[in-house]
Write a protein that binds this ligand. Sequence first.
Ligand code: ATP
Length: 240
Amino acid sequence: SANSPLLDVQNLVVHYGGICALNSVNLHVDSGEIVAVIGANGAGKSTLMRTIAAVKTFTSGAVLFNGQPLKKDASRVVRDGITLVPEGRRIFAPLTVRENLMLGAYTRSDRKEQEETLEEIYALFPRLKERLHQRGGTLSGGEQQMLAVARAMMSKPRLLLLDEPSLGLAPIVIDAMFDAIVKLNRELGLTILVVEQNASLALEMCHRAYVLETGTIRMEGRGSDLLQDKRVMESYLGIT
Ligand code: ATP
């Protein structure tokens, strides 16, 4: 319905063997939002993203997308409209930029729509347009992150999952990446769930955020409010 969230994660529990990585996580993402999850190394951020993308199975709880239980098959989940940009980007190094992009479109058949998405990508990331025939492995780190996001756009998701888009990038490149993410949301209407160790940037960019600590959500609120929160400042922003 109009009031139910696009993504609703309820009491989610995820294990790796005997290790509990997520312990009863509750969060939701409404259509049109950018929601951030911040947390330190090992908090469970990647596990959360991989579980919502159905790459990792969960022990108990529920993940509802558009009111329906998540499918257990990652490519079905992409078809349903959830696409993950994984940590570390996973570009196919020997393939060209264009070939990498077309791999992202494997769930779509309408050529005209694919061309429209390519035009959106070129407008957002003109660098990629200049480099269409360059091999993925020879791109800079920032260009590879652009390509990873653009490849995800090719599947025309309703929910984009971004796992640490700032990882390993220089500050100026990070700023450009976050500007592009905000444009994806504002101009193309994409709903985004992003996990980040770079708490200040994530909180500035998002509408709402959750703080994840060792598999448990400790706080939630508007990004602008969490930026002012004393506990968040001390633990995640390096301000004491
Ligand atoms: P980082 O930012 O360092 O990637 P994270 O917040 O994404 O951290 P996760 O990668 O989700 O954290 O890891 C959460 C917990 O699950 C950690 O304790 C980690 O050691 C454990 N874990 C993650 N992947 C596996 C795995 N394949 N096998 C066993 N334990 C794992």
